[in-house]
Ligand binder design. Structure first.
Ligand SMILES: [Zn+2]
Ligand SMILES: [Zn+2]
Length: 255
């Protein structure tokens, strides 16, 4: 599998900061933040699946534009994979005819541009041999991360999460784990904000990574614009043997 970072920032700004989205091969998105807008029309039309971690706008903002833009050029619906509670939120608060039309009924309910598919924690979805499994996340809304397994190696994306013991129990049982992408949304000076918004800051990340028994590459995502250097310095000072690196747009992981 090949995962390309389309966006990995906690915000927007300039030509480099885009919100969370990863393109897996040519046909699968994990989250659909503002980075999706950098894809060409030809690339957008090839996307068949979006796996959503949670309903926050920085992770779903491009789904409405994607489906509207390419729906009429495709011969099958875009499948939006998410947990039941997240699908309910998307139906009620995004594709509700007020913010955006309900594309599960456009052009017709029988042959729509978009459909939902429910995922569950721990239940693997296999798409052309590629295994995608939701893993636990702890956030202010229902949330998951994802474990992607090509058969030869695995990548785990934490999604947005605060401290998360359950995740590490699962991650420690992935023998072919090659890449871990984990969020650190705030610097330590905003630890209280990290706690109430259920994100991590560097001191919390250090506590979390202490629970990781394996030795994957560790990449940091969801850094807040304006605090990037400070947060990465605090991570470098405290994160120990895993030596986390900063995720950036355009990075490609083969696994
Ligand atoms: Zn969030
Ligand atoms: Zn987020």
């Amino acid at each position: 599998m090949r995962l390309r970072v389309l966006g990995c920032s906690g915000g927007i700004g300039g030509r480099h900061l885009r919100t969370t989205s990863f393109l897996v091969d040519t046909d699968v998105l994990v989250d659909a933040g503002s980075g999706v807008g950098d894809l060409s029309l030809a690339e957008l039309t090839q996307i068949d699946h979006v796996f959503v971690t949670h309903s926050h706008l920085d992770h779903v903002t491009s789904i409405p534009f994607l489906v509207d833009t390419v729906g009429g050029m495709r011969d099958r619906p875009l499948t939006v994979h998410a947990t039941g509670p997240t699908i309910e939120i998307l139906k009620n608060h995004l594709f509700n005819w007020a913010i955006w039309p309900d594309f599960t009924e456009i052009p017709t309910a029988a042959a729509p541009f978009m459909r939902y598919e429910e995922v569950d924690l721990g239940r693997t979805v296999t798409i052309a041999g590629r295994k995608i499994t939701p893993v636990p996340a702890v956030h202010t809304v229902p949330a998951v991360g994802y474990h992607l397994d090509s058969g030869s190696a695995s990548l785990v994306f934490s999604g947005d999460t605060g401290p998360n013991d359950e995740l590490w129990e699962i991650v420690n049982r992935i023998p072919n784990l090659k890449v871990l992408i984990v969020e650190t949304a705030f610097s330590d000076k905003e630890r209280q904000l990290a706690e109430v918004s259920k994100h991590l800051c560097p001191s919390m990340l250090a506590e979390e990574l202490a629970k990781l028994d394996l030795d994957p590459e560790v990449w940091i995502t969801h850094l807040k614009p304006g605090e990037i250097e400070l947060t990465m310095q605090q991570i470098a000072d405290g994160a120990g043997r895993h030596r986390p690196r900063m995720l950036q747009n355009g990075l490609v992981f083969e696994f």
